[in-house]
Design a protein around this ligand. Structure first.
Ligand SMILES: [Zn+2]
Length: 453
């Protein structure tokens, strides 16, 4: 007789292909060993979530744990991830004081992840503004999941704009590694001129954030990055498109033989310019929220399967960096990790769309692009036993429930009606959130390297 399983989790399984009502996931050690329906097999421990939905643990393909306070930010962000059912974070490289520009810096960051993270973490790498192309191969060998470069400069060291000749050389080198390169896609000259004109005219109210970063700033950047991708053979990925046109442009370049993809962030599926006006600094992110009509067009792209995956762009700026009446003085970025699962579930449900789409676009697709599938992002035998357990429950999102440092307990979704709660999170077979408390500790999470090219 075969040995009983270590743990069996009971509930309605939500996979990319359907819902298995009255199902079970059985784990041996850290890995899924059996999946089925009906009477569960014998196990050392049975965890009964009957009546709740069990998804693959969500994978957030885009966040900035360390933009504000450096790698010390990993601990709180991943704790919030645990409370939000996000079991794998893919973290951006634009960290203070040192972005991840070579294998030595990466090794230091991996050390921080392994000592302080509450959930598993994959990492992006980048290059220095000048002279960094030579470090590309080493970063790929050391296990980053993707590269990130920018057409727009926030800071010459932390978040530089890469000029066109350097971008051509970098893409050619990245193409050899087989990894994708994601781009922050906004045209520098256009945004700088419009911003300078607005400031000179004394127009610094919230809506000016959207007016100074128009859709054209995005689509111009999209065109140039995909052109360079086509010329060099690199897989070029828009790190966040707030406009449907970004996905149409990607499709056009795919038709020409390019490897061109784009992701959207959950805010571009629900937030509008009216929300920017309502929220002020707390509604500032780049690219900005667009019109209600554009939100509908992005949904059309999602339903037409033109979007690679949906992420958060979680960028935890302290609350006091988001309250200036001069919109240009506020930090750009939203807090969104812990609201990700309830909000995505709710947005789909409000439109009569199945929750299976969350398993597709917030887990499986993300890990496929980042070379982590099927270890991560899948309810499959052999995958890590990472689970998100949600229960239908109408409530309003309360920012006070955010499990992170006190100055980060704010949310642009505060008060928004939600239709489900995260009642448990399981990381590699162990419950790390029980609906009230994070049971993971710093070091429960691990660096997860790219598995496949
Ligand atoms: Zn970002």
């Amino acid at each position: 007789m075969s040995q009983p399983f270590d743990r069996v989790f009971l509930g309605d399984l939500v996979t990319t292909s359907g819902i298995i009502a009255g199902g079970y996931v059985a784990a041996r050690g850290e890995v899924i060993a059996a999946i089925g329906q009906g009477a569960p097999p014998p196990a050392q421990e049975t965890i009964d979530h009957s009546g709740s939905m069990i998804f693959p643990g969500l994978v957030d393909g885009h966040m900035h744990t360390s933009s504000a306070i450096g790698w010390a930010g990993i601990e709180g962000a991943t704790k919030s991830a645990a409370a939000g059912g996000v079991t794998t974070c893919v973290d951006m490289p634009y960290d203070v004081p040192q972005p991840v520009t070579d294998a030595d810096v990466l090794a230091d960051k991996i050390g921080w992840v392994n000592r302080t993270a509450h959930v598993d973490v994959a990492l992006y790498g980048t290059i220095r503004k000048t002279g960094g192309v030579g470090a590309i191969a080493g970063l790929a060998v050391a296990g980053i999941s993707a590269f990130k470069l920018s057409t727009y400069e926030y800071d010459a060291v932390r978040f530089p704009r890469i000029d066109h000749p350097t971008m051509v050389a970098a893409f050619a080198e990245i193409a050899k590694t087989g990894l994708p390169v994601a781009l922050h896609n906004e045209d520098q000259e256009l945004v700088e001129r419009l911003t300078a004109e607005a400031r000179a005219a004394g127009k610094t109210d919230a809506i000016m954030h959207a007016r100074t970063r128009p859709p054209l700033a995005e689509s111009m950047a999209d065109q140039e990055i995909f052109e360079i991708g086509l010329a060099t053979g690199a897989h070029v990925h828009i790190a966040h498109s707030s406009i449907a046109r970004g996905f149409t442009i990607a499709e056009t370049f795919r038709a020409m033989g390019g490897q061109a993809t784009g992701e959207t962030c959950i805010q571009y599926l629900c937030m509008t310019e009216d929300d920017l006006v309502r929220l002020g600094g707390r509604g500032k992110c780049n690219p900005p929220f667009r019109t209600a009509g554009e939100v509908e067009r992005v949904w059309e792209c999602l339903l037409a399967d033109k979007i690679a995956y949906v992420s958060t762009d979680h960028a935890p700026w302290p609350a006091d960096r988001k309250v200036s009446p001069d919109i240009f003085e506020n930090g750009a970025g939203l807090i969104g990790l812990q609201s990700f699962a309830p909000l995505m579930f709710t947005l789909l449900d409000e439109r009569g769309l199945p929750p299976t789409m969350m398993a597709t676009y917030c887990a499986e697709r993300t890990t496929k692009l980042h070379g982590l599938w099927p270890k991560k992002g899948a309810l499959r035998v052999g995958s890590d036993c990472d689970l998100l357990v949600m229960k239908r429950d109408d409530h309003r999102f309360d920012q006070a429930t955010i499990v992170d440092r006190p100055e980060l307990r704010w949310s642009p979704y505060h008060g928004r009606p939600m239709r489900a709660r995260v009642v448990a999170t399981v990381l590699r077979g162990r419950t790390i959130w029980d609906g009230a408390n994070v049971l993971a500790t710093p070091g429960s999470g691990r660096f997860v390297k790219r598995q496949t090219v």
